[in-house]
Design a protein around this ligand. Structure first.
Ligand code: SF4
Length: 135
């Protein structure tokens, strides 16, 4: 069964595998338990930051995407997420044009979790989790 939703907390509840899509393209896919902790695709990270956490002691990143959503009928060149990606100038050199000009490669973890991004997997693994829970 395929279930389509925007709320990743609902999706987590009953999915074995999860695919995250942006502008009609899968940008991250893998076993459900791998999607909710780094490495994340930058779009998945933003979606997770909007999931309500029922824990008053938890700290959660707030990631607000800027810019309009481009048309899926005429998507941007290169990485489709590059017009809104908060990590584009952060984990790649600021003068790099690779996100605007080249379709990203799939990065695959040892768990079969795949991320479509130019940022090397080792850098994506260093990203802080969206949610910190008190020990
Ligand atoms: S390829 Fe570039 S623009 Fe696309 S998600 Fe990765 S860092 Fe962001």
């Amino acid at each position: 069964m395929i279930f389509i939703a925007h709320d990743l907390s609902v999706v987590r509840f009953f999915s074995d595998d999860i695919a995250v899509m942006y502008l009609g393209q899968i940008v991250e896919i893998g076993p459900a338990e791998t999607i909710y902790s780094p490495p994340y695709h930058p779009y998945t990270e933003a979606l997770l930051s909007a999931v309500p956490i029922p824990d008053p002691d938890a700290e959660q990143k707030q990631i607000r995407l800027s810019g309009d959503v481009p048309s899926a009928l005429n998507p941007p060149a290169g990485c489709r997420f590059h017009t809104r990606c908060p990590r584009r100038g952060e984990l790649l050199p600021r003068d790099s044009k690779v996100c605007e000009t080249a379709v990203p490669l799939w990065r695959t973890t040892e768990y079969g979790h795949r991320i479509l991004c130019h940022i090397p997997l080792e850098e994506l693994k260093k990203v802080e989790p969206v949610v910190h829970r008190a020990p």
